[in-house]
Design a binder for this molecule. Structure first.
Ligand code: LLP
Length: 428
């Protein structure tokens, strides 16, 4: 639930705003973000890390959610920003985000994207291959600058999460793995390359991770690598980026670790590994996305069709679906919905909330308890602040929903709803 969620007279409120009224006023489907909630989580991350490890920064992973307003808020909260390509970088630039606090990711950034990033003066580029190293070195030389880079390492840790979002194992398209000293040997090339400076190492073992023991395992491997780089190449690594943040609860029985527990295990394992290997404690960066925005966001839909198949299932069809939230179809993600105009009432039925798209797999939730649904009800789905808007599509010609930020009883549109004209605005 968003931090400010509340129920009055059976209506759901977020940020002091009546979700039923908001849906009627702004139309559905609608993305709503609780600004107090996401600012609170950003501050929690920042303080959880800085109180334990002063030389640390949090980079919000914009792939989870980004529009210009979000980039402005991330800046105000004194976070860095992780972008994964030229498009996210352009949004950050347009929002006036300080480029020196940007970290650029991607396993295949195009030469043009690299040039845009270097020209913009981004703080760090995470290199993912030898080919990219050569490109960055050449472009930085062309532009007469030295570019600070991180090297992305896949430490070979199998994290316990969905296989599509598991990234730290050896067979991965990302980064340099440790087999046959591949990563270690590549460091030598990085150190020899002109116009680049190896500022740090990066790893990301996966997303939506509940089992925190994977972090000390990855940290130990990474710090050991730092020690070898110092011993054999005489080079001290200054920074260490441990990748994405902690997993979140999508459903009531999910039991993720807290941000504090996550910060504790990451910072203490970095400290311990550094002490063990006699390595100077690096500046520590973490790149949470989901755990900052997922619970801050909800999606509102209107119920358009009810269909009961006796003995099989009750379908509640809403005016959105896989175009605004592909996660259920793609990962069998689990969400908990509520009828926003019956929020105080008990959940008496098991329903499948289907979308409006031409696919049987198009569902928002499958067989979940809900209040008794009627036509015109406003359904609110919690936990949709991450990887929904950023993975949205125009499938079946569906215009993307607007994004509304709510705070202290006020609602403001930060991204307007797409129009039919938008759908054809690029057609020639
Ligand atoms: N850093 C890197 C290099 C990443 O690849 C990711 C996520 C993050 C940070 C942020 O991780 P988080 O804190 O959000 O767990 N679309 C999927 C998630 C894909 C995650 C991709 N990388 C989903 O909807 O669950």
């Amino acid at each position: 639930l968003p931090m400010t969620a509340d129920v009055k007279d059976d209506h759901l409120y977020v940020g002091g705003v009546d979700m039923v009224e908001l849906a009627h006023e702004m139309g559905t489907a609608l993305y709503v973000m609780d600004e107090a909630d996401l600012r609170h989580r950003m501050a929690t991350y920042r303080e959880a890390f800085r109180s334990r490890y002063p030389n640390s920064d949090i980079a919000f992973a914009s792939k989870a959610f980004l529009n210009k307003e979000m980039a402005r808020i991330v800046n105000e909260e004194d976070l860095c920003l992780d972008v994964s390509g030229g498009g996210e970088l352009a949004v950050a630039q347009a929002a006036g985000f300080p480029m020196e606090r940007v970290v650029v990711h991607g396993n295949n950034k195009t030469p043009l994207e690299l040039r845009e990033a270097i020209q913009a003066g981004v703080g760090r580029i995470v290199i993912d291959s030898r080919i990219e190293l050569a490109r960055i070195s050449e472009i930085a030389g062309d532009l007469g600058v030295e570019q600070a880079i991180y090297m992305r390492i896949t430490p070979g840790v199998e994290a316990d999460t969905h296989e599509y979002i598991r990234t730290g194992c050896e067979d991965s398209k990302f980064g340099f793995n440790m087999r046959d000293d591949w990563a270690f040997n590549c460091v030598k090339d990085v150190l020899a390359a002109p116009n680049v400076r190896l500022a740090g190492l990066h790893c990301h073992i996966g997303s939506q991770i509940f089992a925190l023991h994977s972090y000390p395992e990855a940290v130990e491997i990474m710090v050991e690598l730092m020690a070898r780089i110092r011993d054999e190449y005489g080079y001290e690594i200054d920074e260490f980026d441990v990748g994405g943040g902690v997993g979140i609860a999508y459903a009531a029985d999910d039991q993720p670790a807290s941000i504090d527990q996550f910060a504790e295990i990451v910072t203490s394992s970095v400290r311990e590994a550094c002490a063990k290997h006699g390595v100077k404690e690096p500046r520590l960066l973490t790149e949470p996305g989901r755990s900052i925005v997922a619970n801050a966001g909800v999606t509102l839909y209107a119920v358009g069709i009810l269909k009961t198949l006796p003995g099989i299932r009750k379908y509640v069809a809403v005016d959105g679906g896989m175009s605004d939230n592909i996660r259920t179809a793609l990962y069998h993600a689990n969400y908990e919905p509520v009828i926003a105009n019956k929020a105080g009432q008990p959940r008496t039925e098991i329903v499948t909330i289907a979308g409006k798209h031409c696919e049987s797999g198009d569902a928002v939730v499958i067989d979940m308890p809900l209040q008794h649904p009627d036509l015109g009800d406003i359904v609110c789905v919690f936990g949709t602040g991450a990887y929904c808007y950023t993975m949205a599509s125009n499938y079946n010609g569906q215009p993307r929903p607007a994004i509304v930020f709510v705070k202290d009883g006020e609602a403001r549109v930060t991204t307007r709803r797409e129009t039919y004209a938008d759908l054809m605005s690029r057609d020639i």
